[in-house]
Design a protein around this ligand. Sequence first.
Ligand code: ZN
Length: 212
Amino acid sequence: MVSILAHATRVWPEQKDGGKSVREEQRGRSAQAGDVPRGDVPWQPASVAPVDERFMRLALEEARLAAAEGEVPIGAVVVCDGEVIACGHNRRERDLDPSAHAEFSAMLRASRALGRWRLTGCTVYVTVEPCLMCAGLMVNARVDRCVFGASDPKGGALGTLYDVSHDPRLNHEFEVVPHVLAGECAFELRRFFRARRRLRRKPAEAKAAGPR
Ligand SMILES: [Zn+2]
């Protein structure tokens, strides 16, 4: 079933002063920043539904769990009828599994919890824009909505590099609400990568300093 809401409710931030869209600006800044989206730019939607913010905060908690396990901090929750039915965080390194993305795992768990492969009626909250694999699973699982935090300039498939949510060639479309708590979601990534770079630099610094 094609979501009636799909076309009506997709909201990207509006043009900024000077004619450059927030998305263009974000993309440019992110490209300079390397492999993580930047979170210190004001490209969050003008208004966020309190319920979306509440569930995104739960996804952020999942992202922090991933960081505590040494994984890139991305978290997700799946909500059905106003209740969290599944959650997940990135476990690619731990599980040695290229499919162990936060939202992918959460959707598999949601299907098991509901006892059906169709996730009709469900919203997936994820701290970073889904990749092609996860956005593809959203199509196959027939989700109603995806709410994401930070855009991913190197892999985002819900508007940044591709838009799998609104491709008329596919047999399902779904609503997307981008940039909810984007700053906080991106901050978790920046903090993680900054700490990792610091750890990697340490041996080199010790060597440069020589024997004391
Ligand atoms: Zn993914």
